[in-house]
Ligand binder design. Structure first.
Ligand code: SAH
Ligand code: SF4
Ligand code: F3S
Length: 470
């Protein structure tokens, strides 16, 4: 799911107001992964349908919602510092509504109210689509905690999306794995797949609004459909991720399809073959491997070996030699020896990833590994992280070098905030690319255009170039 970061849902000038329902302004700050970002977009849509409008600044808003992440301790702590500031505001302005949503809300529940009594609403991720009902309870004077296990209803309001070109579409919520370090299953609950037709319908709606790229989302997207009925004549499960890709591939207007996050235990050859066959499927795979050592993988309860992981990569490279590869890795997992850490480095070097998100192990509540006695000291975590990050950067640079002088298809997603004469977007392989808005042919390109860009500068994590022809 990539490295969690703080994101803010920003205003779009086209936001329609509901007349007669003016309720004040809202502000959402989103921490964590793409799931949270997608949830925030849906919650922003619900708030706007209720008559809230986007605030111009966090400290002016009448309703502040933090959509939180608890994947590591530092992500969780960040929320408390934000909340302290808002709690002080609330003591002066009792009409301010304070909401904590997402994974910290689910993890802490009721105890968040004890810690921050100024809160109005604490709501877990499975309750995102119920925001309106929950706020109505708040308006009737209650302090509300909504963390019970919930069947996720299809959302009927229109999400208020950050981008008008690239959209997220949830396909499976929750995670049934039990990786020994990970808090996600306890905060996101059991797997719940959406029906293929509901997913397709959402994509058709997005295409009609002009969206061109869709990223299908799931914490373990390869588990898609396990909870749906249906067996084929050959005795195979009917609703796998590969089947879903075939089902949604021909939505007219959508030019690119991506998906994340893949789990090596369930990632199939059939899926790789589907991606190779379907032209809109982009040549980028995000497949976290977490560790390059089999004993560590076993202690993590990941359910695969490095040999299996290598086979997946070999098959991808055989079918799609240009594909880019990214992954997540944890260093300094409890008991990880220096030799085991070196095997992780070796694997990164051998595969030469385009990008690896790295993190030092952080003990999390309600996870087995947090109670083990073989925790590693902070200085080992810092040293391993530094060493691995230097390698990751070197590989990224090496991989990016192959783009120099090449012409790549880039979907223009917006204007470069640092240089308004440039557009920015990504290649099919997910490389961030900046290019001049006016091409060599004199054409003025706009966000939403698919542009052929000649790459003339490569850096570790981005590319730059000039459009060559339309
Ligand atoms: N579902 C995805 C990842 C979800 S969490 C998968 O199975 O790979 C995103 C990343 O955060 C993980 O890939 C892992 O690298 C990292 N992460 C999760 N728990 C962590 C912990 N306790 N300490 C450090 N990193 C962690
Ligand atoms: Fe966490 Fe493992 Fe589920 Fe990924 S697959 S979300 S790492 S428990
Ligand atoms: Fe964080 Fe929850 Fe995502 S813990 S990484 S926001 S699933």
């Amino acid at each position: 799911m990539g490295r969690p970061s703080a994101l803010t849902v920003t205003a779009s000038p086209s936001t329609a107001q509901v007349p007669g329902l003016e309720r004040g302004s809202y502000w959402i700050t989103t921490f964590g992964c793409q799931m949270n970002k997608a949830d925030s977009e849906r919650m922003a849509g619900i708030l706007e349908s209720m008559g809230y409008r986007e605030a111009t600044a966090e400290l002016d808003a009448d309703l502040v919602l933090y959509n939180t992440c608890t994947i590591r301790d530092n992500a969780e702590q960040k929320v408390y510092s934000y909340l302290g500031r808002q709690a002080r505001r609330k003591r002066i302005n009792p009409h301010l509504k304070l909401v904590v949503a997402g994974c910290v809300a689910q993890q802490e529940g009721e105890s968040l109210l004890r810690r921050v009594p100024e809160l109005d609403l604490v709501m877990g991720p499975q309750h995102a689509n119920r925001l309106e009902t929950l706020l109505q309870q708040v308006e009737s004077g209650q302090q509300v905690v909504a963390t019970e296990e919930q069947h996720i209803l299809e959302d009927i309001t229109t999400a208020r999306r950050d981008s008008s070109i690239c959209g997220w579409v949830n396909v499976i919520y929750g995670c049934n794995e039990r990786c020994t370090y990970c808090v996600v299953p306890s905060v996101r609950g059991k797997e719940q797949s959406r029906l293929p037709d509901a997913i397709r319908l959402e994509m058709e709606g997005l295409a009609a609004q002009g969206y061109r790229e869709i990223t299908l989302l799931g914490q373990n997207i390869d588990a898609y459909g396990r909870d749906l009925p249906g067996i084929t004549a050959e005795g195979r499960r009917k609703n796998t991720l590969s089947d879903l890709l075939y089902h949604v591939h021909d939505v007219e207007g959508i030019e690119r399809i991506r998906f994340a996050t893949s789990h090596p235990r369930y990632f199939t050859r059939r899926l790789i073959d589907a991606c190779a066959d379907l032209p809109k499927l982009c040549e980028h795979f995000h497949i976290p491997f977490q560790s390059g050592d089999n004993d560590v993988l076993q202690a993590m309860a990941r359910g695969y070996t490095i040999e299996r992981y290598r086979k997946i990569i070999d098959h991808i490279r055989k079918r799609m030699p240009e594909a880019s590869l990214s992954a997540d890795v944890i260093v300094a997992f409890p008991g990880e020896t220096d030799a085991q850490f070196r095997r992780t480095l070796q694997l990164i070097e051998e595969i030469c990833f385009d990008l690896v998100n790295t993190a030092a192990y952080s003990p999390r509540p309600n996870t087995p590994a947090a109670n083990w006695e073989n925790q590693l000291p902070e200085d080992v975590k810092v040293a391993r992280l530094q060493e691995i990050n230097a390698l990751v950067e070197r590989c990224a640079k090496e991989r990016n070098a192959r783009y120099a002088g090449q012409v790549e298809e880039v979907l223009a997603e917006g204007i470069n905030p640092k240089d308004p004469t440039q557009l920015m977007g990504r290649t099919r392989t997910n490389r961030l690319t900046f290019f001049t808005a006016v091409g060599a042919d004199g054409r003025n390109y706009q966000p939403g255009d698919l542009v052929q860009v000649r790459i003339n500068a490569v850096r570790s994590f981005s590319l730059s170039g000039t459009p060559v022809h339309g």
